[in-house]
Design a protein. Structure first.
Length: 255
């Protein structure tokens, strides 16, 4: 950070977050904190520098940790691209991948799971940390060589990668997906992992006075819409869908 940037932050005309970017001279790292405080944190350098807003899912099996996440690499910075997204997604698109981490040796294997530019992956909310959890759902731009706009819902099986992907394209802009298990809290141990609903906020710029929430069957994402919920008020596109809506939509759809 130079003096001009520091002065702008101190004056309140910008913030530290707007100046965030990757520094090629600095590594990025995973930090593992023992929940019981019984030992020192484990710090492991990642195979390449990247920024991560949200992880997809993760679990530990002995000394082995599996983590899925969207990685922002290369020329990533916080440029307000198209006055639509919070980083330069077209120049530095997010790529979804899997990290297999050995806590004892520090070795990491990385594999890219999906080619689409994406962000804010989600998974079954009651199966984080369960060994074998595998499904992730993303807002994406499923077009080669493009980072924006996000119009696609992509489902990824982290054990299969591209061969097991499912996708559906909306005719407007979508936000982060939320997964609503069909069996509620019982779904932590009952039913298939992907037995539930995906909810995403939808906005069509050609119909500026209408906002909707779209509901998809998570087991059949490629089949498209299961239901549309019209809001009684207009709302601009959001990055995140309120979790409270998950329960609301589950009641509306399942009854």
């Amino acid at each position: 950070m130079d003096a001009k940037q520091a002065a702008a932050i101190l004056s309140g005309t910008t913030g530290p977050d707007y100046n965030m970017k990757l520094n090629k001279n600095l590594p990025s790292q995973f930090v593992f904190l023992p929940k019981d405080g019984s030992s020192e944190p484990i710090v492991i350098d990642t195979p390449f520098p990247f920024h991560m807003y949200h992880f997809g899912t993760s679990y530990r099996n002995g000394d082995h940790v599996v983590l899925t996440t969207t990685s922002l690499t290369g020329s990533f910075d916080m440029s307000w691209e198209w006055r639509y997204w919070l980083s330069n997604m077209c120049k530095a698109p997010g790529k979804f991948g899997r990290f297999d981490i050995n806590l004892k040796s520090g070795a990491i294997e990385y594999s890219e799971l999906d080619p689409a530019s994406n962000e804010f992956p989600c998974s079954h909310p009651f199966r984080h940390g369960h060994i074998g959890t595998k499904y992730n759902y993303m807002m994406a731009c499923d077009e080669p060589e493009r980072g924006l706009p996000f119009m696609d819902v992509v489902k990824v099986n982290m054990d299969e990668g591209v061969s097991g992907r499912k996708a559906w394209r909306a005719d407007g802009l979508i936000s982060e997906c939320v997964f609503a298990p069909r069996a509620g809290f019982d779904a932590a141990t009952e039913l298939d992992e992907d037995d539930g609903w995906l909810i995403t906020q939808f906005y069509n710029p050609d119909v500026p006075n209408q906002t909707q929430f779209l509901v998809l069957d998570a087991q059949n994402v490629e089949a498209g819409l299961y239901a549309e919920l019209n809001l009684i008020l207009k709302s601009t596109i959001r990055f995140m869908v309120p979790l409270r809506l998950t329960c609301l939509c589950d009641e509306i759809v399942v009854q």
